[in-house]
Design a protein around this ligand. Structure first.
Ligand code: SF4
Length: 464
């Protein structure tokens, strides 16, 4: 019998059959359903509610540091391109104002169990300014002794001063973009990051004894072929980071203008992309990595894998995490939060963010308050995506609903997938099989009430 954490089985015909636009479910409802009726005042209301609870959830803080020196053509992040490093100081002042507005609303004694600095390029900002930011955070919030503290670094933009500061300050997770070691691909995406430089930074991170080093790769970039990308994949497996994310490049030049600089004819064909994906999954799962879900691999000793096994793995805007049940506060321009029964997003452009913070402290411009039905469906989707199994009785006990009757339509939609061997519909549970692991988004989609209403699918990238 297959275990839930066995490697996925790759079947090209089935993947092609189910390849369609679908959400990545870093939230439910997904971001296109956020609306501007949920504003800073609504956000303040949710913060008050959650802090009035007898036992508020632990805190997770995400900080978006948006600056980059130059554009990588594949990038879909919210970025402010500049060469002016002094912008970091002004930005940190605004982050302080936003944190003041949040910290003053927090019930005493709430501990922060997770902090993540993402971007943009956090290390574009000089180390002394990042130290000022860190001091500002620790002055306002109580950090739990074993908190998970992570930062995204760019090997091209990180100094030894940065790395020593992170190590000294208790950062324990380093995440870095590599994408592809191939110089031809790097040139085509306008991100020259010599392999020797990346290796040197990884070695330095190991010297400094960060608990976990994560690397990001991207497949589907220009000039990639299965054989060329194999070289990168083999080198990464040999380097042996703790976690590896391999993202599918979504080429959307009409939505992301700078992607027009990528020659369309240089992109691998859909068939070649599938070959690349197959090679990636096969190589990492044969070189000691466990498949966590969708696009993540981790060492068997990694807590992500333990969380998959014991069914506590969770998924939020930062991807897979072991910190389920936190109130996640997004701080900084464009940041997304998940507080109580809500999602919220800060203003997306720097000027609007800074103006909102100057005027009222909070900078949320849109969001959504979840209905009880949203919360129920989010839980089901999360369990399927993160645990590859869903026990109906657990849902029935928690939400007081008869599972089979409530989700008769979704169960009907899953029957063809059962026939294709992606999953089994048992009386007491839904179980995703190795053949269905790469298609787990498709398995979750029948429980998505917004897709059922009909207009959502075209807004999302393809499932594989
Ligand atoms: S460094 Fe990262 S955030 Fe900045 S443009 Fe490149 S991929 Fe995007």
């Amino acid at each position: 019998m297959a275990e839930r954490w066995d490697a996925p089985v790759f079947d090209k015909q089935l993947i092609l059959k189910y390849d369609r636009p679908g959400p990545r479910y870093t939230s439910y409802p997904t971001a296109p359903y956020f609306h501007e009726d949920f504003d800073a005042a609504a956000y303040a209301g949710v913060i008050s509610e959650t802090n009035a609870l007898d036992q508020p959830a632990p805190l997770s803080l995400y900080f978006h540091l948006p600056f980059c020196k130059s554009v990588c053509y594949f990038c879909g992040c919210n970025v402010t391109f500049t060469k002016d490093r002094s912008l970091g100081d002004v930005y940190v002042d605004h982050v302080f104002r936003e944190m003041d507005a949040l910290a003053s609303r927090m019930k005493k004694g709430r501990q922060v169990v997770q902090i993540h600095w993402g971007g943009g390029t956090p290390t574009f900002i000089p180390a002394p300014v990042l130290k000022r930011l860190w001091d500002g955070i620790t002055a306002r919030f109580e950090i739990a002794p074993k908190a998970e503290i992570g930062v995204e670094i760019d090997p091209r933009e990180v100094t030894d001063e940065h790395l020593e500061f992170f190590a000294r300050s208790g950062f324990n997770r380093i995440s870095m973009g590599i994408q592809d070691f191939d110089p031809k691909v790097q040139e085509a995406v306008h991100r020259i990051q010599p392999e020797a430089l990346t290796r040197r930074i990884i070695d330095r991170c190991r010297d400094l004894k960060f608990e976990s080093i994560n690397v990001d790769l991207i497949y589907g970039l220009p000039y990639q072929t299965t054989e060329r990308f194999r070289d990168t994949v083999e080198k990464i497996a040999a380097i042996g980071p703790d976690r590896i994310a391999v993202f599918n490049f979504a080429y959307l030049p009409d939505m992301i203008g700078h992607q027009k600089a990528i020659p369309r004819e240089a992109l691998p064909s859909p068939a070649e992309k599938l070959n690349i994906l197959e090679m990636v999954v096969e190589h990492f799962t044969h070189t000691g990595y466990m498949f966590i879900g969708m696009d993540h691999f981790a060492r068997p000793g990694d807590e992500l894998f333990a969380a998959l096994k014991n069914r506590t793995l969770y998924r939020n805007f930062q991807g897979y995490t072991t910190k389920a049940g936190c109130d996640l506060y997004g701080i900084g321009v464009t940041s997304i939060g998940q507080v109580g029964p809500s999602y919220s997003q800060n203003h997306k452009d720097l000027k609007s963010y800074q103006k909102a913070v100057d005027e009222g402290g909070l900078a949320v411009f849109r969001g959504v308050r979840l209905t009880p039905d949203d919360i129920l469906r989010r839980d089901i989707i999360t369990r399927l995506m993160c645990h590859f199994v869903l026990y109906k009785k657990e849902i029935e006990d928690q939400y007081g609903i008869p599972f089979d009757q409530t989700f008769a339509d979704a169960l009907e939609d899953l029957k063809p997938m059962q026939e294709d061997g992606l999953l089994s519909l048992y009386g007491d549970r839904i179980e995703v099989h190795p053949l269905g692991r790469l298609l787990v988004r498709n398995i979750a989609m029948p429980f998505d009430a917004y897709l059922r209403k009909g207009d959502g699918a075209k807004r999302f990238s393809r499932t594989v």
